[in-house]
Design a protein around this ligand. Structure first.
Ligand SMILES: C[S@@+](CC[C@H](N)C(=O)[O-])C[C@H]1O[C@@H](n2cnc3c(N)ncnc32)[C@H](O)[C@@H]1O
Length: 272
């Protein structure tokens, strides 16, 4: 039986990923999954390593937020499998996505599991890797630029700033669905930045909880819609007006709470 690198291997999985299956390289005949973060939208934010891996993919399993420009980087004959999800509507159930990854890898394919942003930030990347590990499928992880980093950078909003915020928290807006209850007291602190992913629909609840926990209604906020793309829009307001602001915005969007957002007017540079 051919052995191939596992998560515990000391070999370089991406080197293997880019090799063709042959007598000289029998390891490359075993399937392999590369979990790749595609970044927040602008295709130029893809890492060099992600580009290399995508260019050698035989199967692409990709989500809704991955742009066409990035999909076009894969070989024309690569199999493309869309498993995108939308709010409250899973095109392909997570179990089935996991099974596709296992099945394609077992066929001996070089599989790229392509996700928007970074796979480990609200991307279920960890869950998918657990399934691969349980099934002894070799894999690696190529990190991507998460939306909070990319969209705020393009909006001229520094996540930390010595005069404004000494810490930053990323929070899911799927408050009921994604696990443990939120500790609102820990969020309602001054001198920090809060970034809510998937928070548009929940903005009235987020506002109410933050106000109840003691954050001022005057706290500056921003919503960044389709960050880093030509369609990027930035809405500015404060915590008290956040729900009204959210009604104007469309998904995908981030809610950023904290005084760093007031720097947008001065630091904005991206024309879209
Ligand atoms: C399921 S999460 C995936 C996050 C992704 N793994 C990441 O690291 O950015 C999807 C949410 O990310 C945020 N998001 C992703 N791309 C975005 C963009 N270009 N602009 C603003 N928000 C974005 C939105 O809040 C969206 O609802």
């Amino acid at each position: 039986m051919t052995t191939h690198p596992t998560s515990h291997s000391t070999s370089l999985p991406t080197e293997l990923f880019t090799k063709e299956c042959s007598e000289e390289c029998p390891e490359a005949c075993a399937g392999f999954v590369s979990l790749v973060g595609a970044g927040p939208g602008d295709p130029d934010l893809l890492t060099v390593k992600a580009l290399r891996v995508i260019q050698h993919a035989q199967v692409l399993v990709y989500d809704r937020l991955v742009s066409q420009a990035i999909l076009d980087l894969a070989p024309q004959n690569a199999e493309r499998i869309y498993v995108g999800k939308q709010l409250d509507f899973h095109c392909v159930p997570q179990d089935q996505i996991n099974q596709i990854l296992v099945d394609k890898a077992r066929e001996g394919k070089r599989v790229v599991r392509l996700k928007g942003g970074d796979s480990f930030i609200f991307g279920r990347g960890g869950e998918e890797l657990e399934v691969l590990a349980d099934n002894q499928i070799a894999y690696d992880v190529v990190p991507g630029i998460t939306a909070a980093a990319g969209a705020t950078a393009y909006a001229g909003i520094p996540l930390t700033h010595r005069d404004h915020a000494q810490s930053v928290q990323f929070i899911t807006g799927h408050l009921q669905k994604d696990g443990q209850p939120i500790n609102w007291q820990s969020l309602a602190q001054s001198n920090q930045t809060l970034v809510f992913y998937m928070g548009l629909k929940q903005s009235p609840h987020i506002t109410e909880q933050l106000l109840n926990a003691g954050l001022s209604g005057d706290t500056a906020c921003a919503i960044i819609e389709r960050g880093t793309t030509a369609q990027q829009r930035v809405y500015r307001g404060n915590l008290a007006t956040l729900p009204q602001l959210a009604q104007q915005a469309e998904s995908p969007a981030l809610i950023v709470v904290g005084s760093v957002t007031s720097l947008h007017e001065k630091l904005k540079w991206f024309k879209g």
